[in-house]
Design a protein around this ligand. Structure first.
Ligand code: SAM
Length: 240
């Protein structure tokens, strides 16, 4: 998968060399390119913004530099991701969908956002997704692009050593939140690991984890508890 980022703060993307995306690049799963939007300007001040038509506070990102960046980067196989608080909410389903794409171009807004014609123009040339990280406003799209990248890259085939860990995670297949997890030592500062997890009884462990996942989801995200999620055939066993 090729990943391009267009931003007025290209240094924001240095974490891509670290951790999970860095590992994916080292494995040859992703090919990462970061572009400074100001590199597509031609005036002395490298201007990327101007006052909004219709008046109002703040500045709007000008279309011309974006157009030139897209001339360089867009192909028919490209998906352009505009990060915006008015986009479709990002979730695991959308991460899985983006993980099937060949080429993602992240367009990171600043100020009051990007001139709408940039989005309309990109739509004439490639697939466009306008994506929100959540119902709050960030200062720029870079953090959203990094979060989306991390969620997408870890779903690429060959990335995870053990693909099973993806299937059991929170939000996998729109399902339950993950159950609580524990490691050694068995007792720490007066808190014990639940006995069932040390029993060696795989069926009881699976049933306990399912019950915990249902309980946690009911407490924290009751909106996720659909009948199909609950009725997955796993018996519910109360912790003793
Ligand atoms: N005036 C815009 C509005 O009310 O929708 C907010 C602009 S915000 C200050 C600047 C940029 O940050 C946006 O263009 C977008 O790229 C990014 N951004 C802010 N919040 C975001 C969110 N929740 N999800 C994704 N991107 C976001």
């Amino acid at each position: 998968m090729r990943l391009d980022y267009v931003s007025i703060f290209p240094d924001f993307f240095s974490p891509l060399e670290l951790s999970l995306p860095g590992k994916a690049a080292a494995k040859g799963l992703v090919d990462v390119h970061v572009h400074d939007l100001r590199g597509y300007t031609h005036d002395r001040h490298r201007t990327v913004d101007d006052t909004p038509y219709g008046g109002g506070a703040g500045m709007v990102m000008k279309p011309e530099p974006w157009g030139e960046a897209f001339d360089d980067l867009l192909a028919p196989t490209t998906t352009v991701v505009f990060t915006t608080p008015s986009g479709e909410p990002f979730d695991q389903r959308l991460a899985a969908e983006l993980a099937t794409r060949e080429h993602l171009v992240f367009a990171c807004g600043r100020y009051e956002g990007i001139d709408q014609r940039v989005v309309d123009h990109a739509r004439e040339r490639a697939e466009v997704r306008e994506i929100s990280l959540g119902d709050y406003v960030l200062n720029g799209g870079e953090v959203a692009a990094l979060a989306i990248t991390e969620a997408v890259v870890r779903l690429l085939p060959g990335f995870m050593g053990n693909a099973e860990s993806l299937a059991e995670e929170s939000h996998a297949d729109g399902g339950l939140l993950e159950y609580p997890v524990y490691t050694k030592p068995p007792e720490w500062r007066g808190h014990e690991v639940p006995a069932v997890l040390r029993s060696g009884d795989h069926a009881r462990v699976a049933a306990w984890r399912h019950e915990q996942a249902v309980r946690r989801t009911a407490e924290r995200r009751p909106d996720l508890l659909t009948p199909s999620v609950l009725d997955d055939g796993t018996p519910i066993v109360r912790a003793t």
